[in-house]
Ligand binder design. Structure first.
Ligand code: GLC
Length: 732
């Protein structure tokens, strides 16, 4: 890579220790985000870190915030170290900073990438005001097994949806100018296939076909890079026996040689150290050598590069040129985010103190939250609720909860501004709130003395029960794989008792993954999926409960019938024995259930209804180099305005590798007034029909395709078209 003269001049003057220093990333103990915990240790640690910065041994610090102390760090780096190279200040700012937005999986349910771009932008404004240059986000892992806890951080099970949100979040975080004071460098993670861990178990091995790696798990990274990402974080897992963080085929072969990526690869936390535990490295020195030579530029937290790279260079096992190339990439990154020209950018205490953006960000948080809520069921139109003349009992451990508002990976949220469900419902009811009865009924995971009795009594006296249930937020995120993706038994017992009163029940779920719903929860009259919605949870849920917002989100992950179905995903192959309407014996299913979801990918209801005309194709014989025009009219046949997520799926009937029963290829969310209709247009080129074949070549194959334009992965009637071989005229 060619770098600027000043970078080459710096490299020429750097000692080996200073070069290695630029590749070291360490926890920011100067700005610990738990400053009140063990203050003496913090001061000692801060002095040690500042000494390392002064010695030119630190390239970047992470997970500290604060503009004032950030300036102190930068002052030591720029004015007290020998070469004055600024430090890049990073953090895990995943879905909000002080103002917290829905978890990424929740935002993906909106099927509005533009919304995610806006919340990422607002997050960047707040994060850079708090003295940060860089976030370790977006997580772009495709998660097909809901037992895994980190699906909460991504965009669900589908690659097209995943690509759209990966790109949107990168654009939002980074803005139009990476050197701007409010530009937050993005880092798509975890490279790669972390969402494919065996059995959904955290950190487990990934045994994956190269074609699945390329067609499902790699595209969101390509989308992130195309959107401007210039750094990427390596994953903990191995891929077919080679740990991702020392996988030369991945980090150099694919990333650099095939894709031409010229940015920086940063390890996940001690992922280089873990090569020894993987059984891939003999010892720390061997781990360092294997990671660095595979293409891992930066080492996070292990200290291995500082400890072993100088000797490896001295011995010639690591060429100096390779070390220089890693340093060059990191210095170019610092130059591209403006630090070499303005080391104190984003370190302005006055800007940090400015709360002028909070009102806008809270309004955005409320809108993003309500647009992420999925209505799964609404029997007898029990929703929307009335604000008058309706006795409402708000029951369940999440009625008043404030501790499980933010969702996983929220390190810096301003908890004083979190709005519990009850507060939102009371605000919506206004004076009528006096009649609202609130009964927790049980704890998150345990019964409480008299809780069920109180809940039953409240249910009996109510016209409707809003039952606020779900997963404690610690059930999702890192190292939170579950063997059972149901609700805690104490909550299920509460639901059964409340349902037995016969009062209609509206379940409001709080969840970080698709759940296996059972019993009274599954059979409730209405079900809302609300994920973790962040700062404005209460108002957002109330907006939907009372119809002030017509729910428009759709499932980014299939809700299974049972945990035992995992991994379940809509775009699965047919198998040689697909279940038939007329025959289920000796077919691809379970003894207890068909291999069908309880609620499919892309599914969600509205307070109105939409009807689709059959899609009209520009042709049924698509020339090899032509584009297929598709038009559909969608009607709002109900009596309230609403928004529909129009989804385009295809199925390649016969191919050199069996193809999924359906694949999402495009989607568009459209607002349709009551009684109105809109024409939705899509265009498909053969690139969208391509897949990686048995030889590892990505290509489309001529033949017949089914196509749906519909409301979810299980709805609609297909039309068909033929992709003609190259050179075959499309003329009839
Ligand atoms: C964690 C996570 C990664 C995060 C990093 C730094 O273990 O895997 O997503 O960015 O460490 O906190």
């Amino acid at each position: 890579m060619a770098a600027s003269a000043r970078i080459e001049s710096l490299i020429a003057r750097m000692t080996v220790e200073e070069k290695v220093g630029q590749l070291g990333v360490f926890a920011d103990m100067v700005r610990p985000f738990a400053p009140d915990v063990n203050p003496e240790a913090n001061v000692r640690n801060a002095d040690e870190v500042l000494a390392q910065v002064r010695a030119g041994r630190v390239g970047s610090l992470f997970n500290g915030v604060g503009a004032e102390l950030g300036r102190r760090i930068q002052q030591v780096a720029v004015e007290e170290s020998r070469l004055g190279i600024p430090v890049a200040l990073a953090a895990d700012v995943i879905h909000g900073m002080r103002t917290v937005f829905p978890i990424p999986l929740g935002e993906a349910a909106s099927f509005e990438p533009a919304l995610a771009e806006r919340t990422a932008r607002a997050t960047a404004v707040e994060a850079t005001a708090a003295g940060l240059h860089w976030t370790y986000a977006p997580a772009v892992d495709i998660a097909r097994d809901q037992r895994w806890g980190r699906g909460a951080e991504g965009a669900g099970e589908d690659v097209v949806l995943g690509c759209a949100f990966a790109a949107a979040r990168v654009r939002g975080f980074q803005g139009d100018d990476l050197t701007a004071h409010d530009a937050l460098l993005a880092t798509p993670k975890h490279f790669a296939a972390y969402g494919a861990v065996a059995a959904g178990m955290e950190y487990a091995s990934v045994d994956i076909a190269p074609q699945t790696l390329r067609d499902v798990h790699l595209p969101p990274f390509q989308a992130a890079f195309a959107a401007g990402a210039i750094s990427v974080m390596s994953a903990f897992n191995d891929i077919n026996g080679v740990p991702a963080s020392a996988n030369r085929g991945l980090l150099t072969g694919i990333l650099r040689e095939e894709w031409g990526f010229d940015g920086v690869v940063i390890s996940d936390y001690t992922a280089d150290m873990e090569l020894v535990a993987h059984g891939y490295a003999e010892d720390d020195r061997d781990a360092t050598k294997k990671a660095f030579l595979a293409g891992l530029d930066l080492s996070m937290q292990s200290g291995f590069y500082a400890a072993h790279l100088p000797a490896l260079v001295e011995s010639g096992e690591v060429p100096m040129a390779a070390l220089d190339e890693g340093v060059r990439r990191m210095l170019v990154l610092k130059e591209r985010i403006g630090l070499l020209d303005d080391p104190y950018r984003s370190l302005d205490p006055e800007r940090e103190a400015d709360t002028g953006h909070l009102a806008d960000h809270e309004a955005l948080a409320r809108d993003a939250a309500r647009r992420s809520i999925v209505l799964l069921k609404n029997d007898d139109a029990v929703l929307p609720l009335k604000k008058r003349e309706q006795r409402i009992a708000l029951v369940g451990p999440f009625a008043r909860d404030r501790e499980n508002i933010e969702g996983c990976w929220t390190l810096f949220g301003d908890r004083s501004r979190y709005e519990p469900l009850e507060d939102g419902v009371r605000a919506a009811l206004g004076e009528a709130a006096a009649s609202l009865v609130v009964v927790p009924g049980c704890d998150l995971e345990a019964p409480v003395e008299g809780g069920i009795e109180a809940a039953v009594a409240a249910a009996r006296d109510a016209d409707v029960v809003v039952l606020a249930l779900g997963e404690p937020q610690r059930y999702s995120g890192e190292a939170q794989s579950r063997i059972d993706i149901g609700l805690p038994p104490a909550q299920e017992a509460l639901a059964e008792a409340v349902a037995a009163t016969g009062t209609p029940v509206v379940v409001v779920l709080r969840n970080g993954r698709a759940l296996a719903l059972t019993g009274a929860v599954r059979d409730a009259q209405a079900i809302l999926v609300t994920w973790y919605l962040g700062t404005r949870t209460g108002s957002a849920v109330a907006d939907v409960l009372f119809g002030d917002y017509n729910p428009s989100a759709r499932l980014p992950v299939s809700f299974p019938q049972a945990t035992g179905q995992q991994p379940y995903f809509y775009n699965h192959p047919r198998t040689g024995r697909p279940e038939l309407p007329t025959m289920s014996e000796f077919k691809a299913r379970w003894r207890e259930i068909p291999n069908e979801p309880l609620y499919p990918f892309g599914y969600g209801l509205s307070y109105t209804r939409f009807e689709y005309d059959a899609p009209r194709l520009g042709t049924t014989r698509l020339g090899w180099d032509d584009t297929l025009e598709i038009v559909t009219t969608v009607r709002n046949v109900g009596d309230v305005d609403g928004e529909e997520v129009v989804q385009l799926y295809i199925h390649d009937r016969v191919a050199s590798r069996v193809r999924p029963v359906r694949e999402l290829k495009a989607f568009e969310k459209v607002a349709i007034a009551a009684g109105g209709e809109v024409e939705v247009r899509f265009a498909l080129h053969r690139d969208a029909l391509a897949f990686t074949d048995a030889d590892g070549v990505r290509r489309a194959e001529p033949g017949l395709f089914d196509l749906w334009v519909c409301a979810n992965a299980k709805s609609g009637e297909p039309v068909s078209f033929e992709l003609l071989a190259s050179g075959v005229s499309a003329a009839p």
